[in-house]
Design a protein around this ligand. Structure first.
Ligand code: NAX
Length: 329
């Protein structure tokens, strides 16, 4: 079997990191051949061509073909998995409306091109920010493609949350599970430890023993640390998160295709779960079963968590209204 994977913004930082992980089999395993389509804007074509040469030099056994293009129809032709990484960053003096409009001009046409050219089972993961609303715009433009094929990446936020919890508890990160992200991939996101487990047991007691006042620790330390981790990386590294973002993208798509062992987080189209307005692309606790994300339902959400979720969902509603008023939906 060969899977065709389109990466937009392929010569950007995250795109470049993704290409080699995918070619090495980290996404779909050691038996699945891949065909890569690198979609860039004209200014990015040279660097994408260079990345394609390096992919040749990697002599990856699973890599069947690489195509570089700035034509969306070619880029999404026969595409099974679309990783929409390229986006317009917020420039100096740019208002939120300008940012949404600029990205609408990217994700709307990409959604249409996916509908017209991609394989019928295409699955789309939006990484480029504002990821949730970009996914909504792409989905709205993709006539005939079910909305649940469009997702936004919040796995990096979840990985950050699990890692911070593991560091606090002094336990290996793989033992920490069920730390979902709710809401928007933004500073309003809600990383939720209330259902977290460590080695299969509730994390709450262990956390109390170490941090004492858990609510204060969540408010003052944990949530801000996770929600502002991107800024912390920029401060320390002098550049935004790249390899960790690529790695989380691999985690998201791999789990979507191959299934999850336990809950994880993804921005998926709301069907009204937990009172989130239908149609928003919102991060929830999810499981992937038979190639589809399903929101984990029936979790207890206390008043404090509810307020956090509502605040992030309100931001998603505002973004949707702004995009509507721009005629992008
Ligand atoms: P870069 O600026 O390095 O790369 C972006 C690339 O996209 C450039 O090569 C550019 O030429 C290309 N591009 C722009 N418009 C395009 C279009 N219409 N079609 C195809 N390609 C296009 O950014 P990078 O560091 O790679 O980040 C990419 C995006 O990921 C940004 O929007 C960033 O904010 C977002 N992130 C999202 C994260 C998430 O968890 N959802 C975390 C990491 C990252 O911040």
């Amino acid at each position: 079997m060969t899977t065709t994977i389109t990466i937009t913004g392929a010569s950007g930082q995250i795109g470049y990191a993704l290409l080699f992980r995918i070619a090495a089999g980290d996404l779909l395993g050691p038996d699945e051949k891949v065909r890569l389509r690198l979609l860039e804007i004209p200014q990015g074509l040279g660097a994408a061509e260079g990345a394609a040469l390096e992919l040749q030099d990697g002599a990856f056994g699973l890599l069947e073909h690489v195509e570089v293009t700035d034509d969306v129809a070619v880029g999404f032709d026969g595409c099974d998995l679309a990783l929409l990484v390229g986006a317009r960053p917020r420039g100096p003096g740019m208002e939120r409306g300008d940012l949404l409009a600029a990205n609408g001009g990217i994700f709307g046409p990409q959604g249409s091109a996916i509908a017209a050219n991609a394989a019928s089972g295409v699955r789309v993961t939006v990484v480029g920010n504002p990821a949730n609303t970009n996914a909504l715009i792409a989905s709205a433009s993709a006539d005939g493609v079910p909305a649940d094929r469009f997702t936004a990446l919040t796995r990096l936020d979840e990985n950050r949350a699990r890692a911070q919890l593991a560091l606090t508890l002094g336990t290996p990160v793989h033992t920490v599970r069920r730390v979902p992200i709710w809401g928007n991939h933004s500073a309003t996101q809600f990383p939720d430890v209330s259902h977290a487990t460590v080695g299969g047991k509730p994390a709450r007691e262990a956390l109390e023993q170490i941090v004492g006042d858990v609510p204060a620790w969540l408010e003052q330390t944990f949530i801000p640390r996770v929600a502002k981790r991107g800024a912390e990386i920029i401060d320390v590294r002098g550049s935004s998160s790249v390899a960790s973002a690529a790695s989380a993208t691999i985690d998201h798509v791999r789990d979507w295709v191959r299934g999850t062992e336990d809950w994880t987080s993804a921005g998926v189209v709301s069907r009204g779960e937990y009172g989130v307005p239908e149609g928003l692309v919102c991060s929830f606790p999810v499981e992937a079963v038979d190639g589809q994300w399903r929101v984990v339902e029936g979790l207890d959400v206390d008043d404090w968590a509810r307020a956090r979720i509502d605040a992030s969902v309100a931001e998603l509603v505002e973004e949707r209204e702004a995009v509507r008023s721009l005629g992008l939906l």
